[in-house]
Ligand binder design. Sequence first.
Ligand SMILES: C[S@@+](CC[C@H](N)C(=O)[O-])C[C@H]1O[C@@H](n2cnc3c(N)ncnc32)[C@H](O)[C@@H]1O
Length: 298
Amino acid sequence: METAQPATGDTGAAPDVSRKINYLALNREFTAGVMGPAVSALTPERDGPWRVLDAGTGTGGALPELIELARGSGGSVLAVDLDADAAEVARTLAVTLDAGDLAEVRVADLREVVREARASGELFDVIWAADVVWPAAFGDPDAVVAELAGVLAPGGVLGLFTANYYQSMFLPGHSRLERLIRTASELTWGIPSDGPAHYERLGAWMRQAGLEDVRLRVLPVAGPMTDPVVRGYVEQIVWPEMRHAVAARGRAAGMNDDDVARAGELLDPDSPTYAGRDPDGYAVAPMLLWTGTAARRA
Ligand SMILES: C[S@@+](CC[C@H](N)C(=O)[O-])C[C@H]1O[C@@H](n2cnc3c(N)ncnc32)[C@H](O)[C@@H]1O
């Protein structure tokens, strides 16, 4: 599943992704604390050098950690993203990390990269995809996981990470309203509310792809709204996205007049009851890492 992307406008039924780079930067700061533990869980069953794929790198949310992983094994990283602006930020990040020689950042569809790897036989020891494989991006997310699994070297590891946006707490003390807003947000993305393509089936897709030792880890991020990183992410990304979701699909999600008005009060920075004025506000995101290993060939 993917973290919902920025939504700043208050009209239209679709998600607003107009501030994507800002979203990616703030998301990277918010998730930074768990990227080290997450990436260190990716241990292929063979000695290096490891070839690492960062599929849908965005602005390089885990690129520093993936570069360290590759560097430690004497290997290399290929980071790809469809979005040229995001890839440019990731490329600059790699240069800043003095990784120009071992990290390549490419503007590409990850499926094209998979096709190339299959054709060339140059497989990956580690594949990382964070908030990329979900039904808003791919109509057949299970097939995408199978494709990624198919270009793992024997004993290689696939890591599917999600910030678990829809199971997080961003409006503590307003749980019913937050549940309704989440539903409205899901509706803006047009994603299924259950079934085989639901975004919470990352582990199932890995098992179906034939991966072994499929494991789930929970990596929580939590903090008070007085923390500038938490505040920046919640105020600039989450709450604007919620405002948009309420305006766009709140009624379809079951919100009544009072719910819409209350959400407006809580999410409007100019309102006297703005949630950001609560001195005890906080956020909790139980982020998830699924890992699975490709069979070693006999
Ligand atoms: C929510 S962002 C996550 C970025 C990054 N993994 C992170 O955790 O910060 C999802 C990214 O996947 C990229 N993406 C979506 N579909 C893709 C595809 N078919 N091939 C490559 N990148 C893709 C988007 O452009 C976007 O940058």
